[in-house]
Design a protein around this ligand. Structure first.
Ligand SMILES: Nc1ncnc2c1ncn2[C@@H]1O[C@H](COP(=O)(O)OP(=O)(O)OP(=O)(O)O)[C@@H](O)[C@H]1O
Ligand SMILES: [Mg+2]
Length: 238
């Protein structure tokens, strides 16, 4: 095995008096698909923000492909899909994607833009301002924008939110394709069956720590739900 795609080394994060993460460590090999599971407030988004370099840990460090997340080369290797859309409402879909193609130096941008728009089924709305899109359409364009530069590591924070059943199927197919291409993927979701369908491995965070880290084939989603998401266990990890 070569250098891991991702190493999370003893990460803790506090927001003033609020504890978000405590001593979280794991590593992910290239090509692995890992689902991060946990109740509301468990620390999943905080973890992805630290991995992508948006937020700094209070303690510990992260390595992407063996180096610091802030390394210029890592920016080109990474894609983030989160609640932040990173899209300009006053530009059309095409204009947004042209802008990101320039930032990421995407080769053959015209062709690549056509491909990603087709992948998320937005070709027919490509000349419309993003401000006029529905929520699900905006989410689809966010996915197209993230995949545009063919990143090696994808960080997906609840990417199914706001998508209809058809679009959920479309994203699942896209993610399976990404996996076949050898991309490394970290996904947070509350949909344990989708996590099971897509991932090789799952990590459960509870009360700011990793409480389970195992292979999907060795478990079943209902057992995880029963243990960590049941009504008796409470709804929020604060
Ligand atoms: N900017 C912030 N300022 C203060 N507290 C924060 C901030 N961001 C997160 N927190 C706190 O850190 C904890 C973890 O939050 P986080 O958003 O990482 O949870 P999550 O697992 O993503 O939850 P959800 O499933 O609801 O998305 C929570 O207690 C939250 O209130
Ligand atoms: Mg979250």
């Amino acid at each position: 095995m070569g250098v891991p795609a991702l190493e999370v080394l003893g990460i803790s994060k506090d927001f003033g008096r609020i504890i978000a993460l405590r001593g979280v460590s794991f590593s992910v090999q290239s090509g692995e698909f890992v689902s991060i599971l946990g109740r509301n407030g468990a620390g999943k988004t905080t973890l992805l923000n630290i991995i992508s370099g948006v937020s700094r840990p209070s303690e510990g460090e992260v390595k992407l492909f063996g180096t610091d997340p802030s390394d210029r080369e890592n920016k080109a290797k990474l894609a983030v899909i989160s609640h932040e859309m990173f899209l300009y409402g006053n530009l059309t879909a095409i204009e947004n994607l042209e802008y990101y193609s320039r930032i990421y130096n995407v080769p053959n941008p015209k062709q690549r833009i056509e491909t990603v728009l087709n992948d998320v089924e937005l070709t027919h709305r490509r000349f419309d301002l993003v401000a006029t899109y529905s929520r699900g359409m905006t989410q689809r364009l966010t996915i197209a924008r993230a995949l545009l530069h063919e990143p090696s590591l994808l960080l997906l924070d609840e990417p199914f939110t706001g998508l209809d059943q058809h679009a959920i199927g479309m994203l699942i197919t896209l993610l399976k394709k990404q996996k076949e291409m050898g991309r490394t993927i970290l996904l947070t979701t509350h949909d344990l069956h989708t996590a099971n369908e897509l991932s090789d491995r799952y990590i459960v965070i509870s009360k700011h720590k990793i409480v389970m880290d195992g292979l999907m084939t060795d478990t079943n989603p209902d057992a995880i739900r029963e243990k960590f998401f049941s009504a008796e266990a409470g709804g929020i990890d604060s």
